[in-house]
Design a binder for this molecule. Structure first.
Ligand SMILES: Nc1ncnc2c1ncn2[C@@H]1O[C@H](COP(=O)(O)OP(=O)(O)OP(=O)(O)O)[C@@H](O)[C@H]1O
Ligand SMILES: [Mg+2]
Length: 281
C-alpha cells in the first residue's frame, strides 16, 4: 500500500526505483524502503505482492551480515526511528557512488546465458567449453557483467574489457574477484541447506573514502536464481522471480498493466518464503 510510506514523507525522496524508494536520511546515509512492487522484463506492475518487501529486506540483511567478512557492505547498524509497521521494509545504509555496472555471477548455465550459449557457444563474448548442457554447473563460477541502464533502458551484457573501459582495470579486477568469492561462499552455505544459487547479481558503490562497498540487495529471490536441492538432486523449478516471468510468458503478456491473479501472487510469495526458511532457519 502506498500509504504505508506516508510516515517517511519527512525525508526527501531521492529516487523511486522499480522496487525500492530511496530517501535522503542524512548527509551520510540513505533510507531504503523496499516496497511490495514487482517488476519483470524491466516493467513495474501497479498490482503488488503483499509481504514481498519485508521478505526481501530480511533476506538481504541476513546475507549482508553473513558476508561482511568478505567485503564491507552498506548496512548501517544505527537504530532507525520509524514506525513499527514499516520497519521491516527499511534499511538504513551508507550513501555511495554507485558503479554503473551489474556484477553477475553464474554457477550454473541457465536463463539468458543458456540461450546465448546455445546459439553462439559464447557467454558475454567469452568462448566456452562446447560440452555444457542446460543447467550444468560450470567448473568454476563465471563473471558476466552488464551495464546498469538508466530508467527505461535495458541492461546490456558486456565483456571484461568493456567493463575495464567503464570503471577501470583495477576496480574491475577487484569487483570480479570479490563477486566470485561472495558467490562461492553463499553457494556452499545455501547448498548445505537445500538451496542451489544458480546465479545472482551484485551492485557495488564507493563510499566517501572510496572504499568498495556492497550495496542494494544480495542473494534475494529478486536478484538470484534459486533451485531446491534434496537427496543429491537438483530440481530446476525456480524459487525466485523466474516463476513470475514464466507466468507472464505463459499468458503471452503484452507489456501492459494487468491484475495479477491471487494464486500467482500467493505462489510467488510462498516460493520466496520457502527459500528464505531453508537458507536462514
Ligand atoms: N548504498 C547505496 N548507495 C547509493 N545507491 C544505492 C545504494 N543501495 C542501493 N542503491 C541504488 O538504489 C536503487 C534501488 O532501487 P531498485 O532496486 O528499485 O532499482 P531498480 O529500478 O530495480 O534498478 P536496478 O534494476 O538497477 O536494480 C538502485 O538504483 C541502486 O543502485
Ligand atoms: Mg534493483
Amino acid at each position: 500500500m502506498e500509504n504505508s510510506t506516508d510516515s517517511l514523507s519527512k525525508y526527501n525522496l531521492l529516487f523511486k526505483g522499480k522496487v525500492r524508494n530511496i530517501y535522503d536520511y542524512d548527509d551520510e546515509r540513505l533510507l531504503i524502503y523496499t516496497s511490495d512492487r514487482i517488476s519483470a522484463f524491466d516493467y513495474v506492475f501497479k498490482d503488488e505482492v503483499p509481504g514481498k518487501g519485508i521478505l526481501l529486506t530480511k533476506m538481504a540483511k541476513f546475507w549482508f551480515n553473513k558476508t561482511s567478512h568478505i567485503i564491507q557492505n552498506h548496512i548501517s547498524n544505527e537504530q532507525l526511528d520509524i514506525p513499527e509497521n514499516i520497519k521491516g521494509n527499511c534499511m538504513l545504509v551508507t550513501k555511495t557512488k554507485v558503479l554503473p555496472i551489474e556484477a553477475i555471477v553464474r554457477g550454473h548455465l541457465a536463463g539468458s546465458a543458456w540461450s546465448t550459449y546455445e546459439n553462439t557457444g559464447k557467454i558475454n563474448n567469452m568462448e566456452m567449453l562446447k560440452t555444457y548442457k542446460k543447467y550444468d554447473k560450470f567448473n568454476e563460477p563465471i563473471f558476466t557483467p552488464s551495464t546498469k541502464a538508466e530508467i527505461g533502458d535495458k541492461d546490456e551484457n558486456i565483456s571484461i574489457k568493456q567493463m575495464q573501459d567503464i570503471i577501470g582495470v583495477e576496480l574491475t579486477g577487484k569487483v570480479q574477484r570479490i563477486s566470485i568469492e561472495l558467490f562461492k561462499f553463499a553457494y556452499n552455505f545455501a547448498k548445505e541447506r537445500g538451496v542451489i544459487i544458480a546465479d545472482t547479481k551484485f551492485e557495488f558503490g564507493l563510499d566517501k573514502d572510496n572504499n568498495l562497498t556492497l550495496i542494494d540487495e544480495i542473494f534475494t529471490p529478486d536478484c538470484s536464481r534459486f533451485w531446491l536441492y534434496k537427496d543429491n538432486e537438483i530440481n530446476h523449478n525456480s524459487f525466485d522471480k523466474q516463476f513470475f516471468r514464466d507466468y507472464l510468458t505463459s499468458i503471452k503478456w503484452n507489456n501492459n498493466q494487468i491484475q495479477l491473479p491471487e494464486d500467482i501472487k500467493h505462489s510467488l510469495l510462498e516460493k520466496y518464503q520457502v527459500a528464505y526458511n531453508l537458507i536462514t532457519i
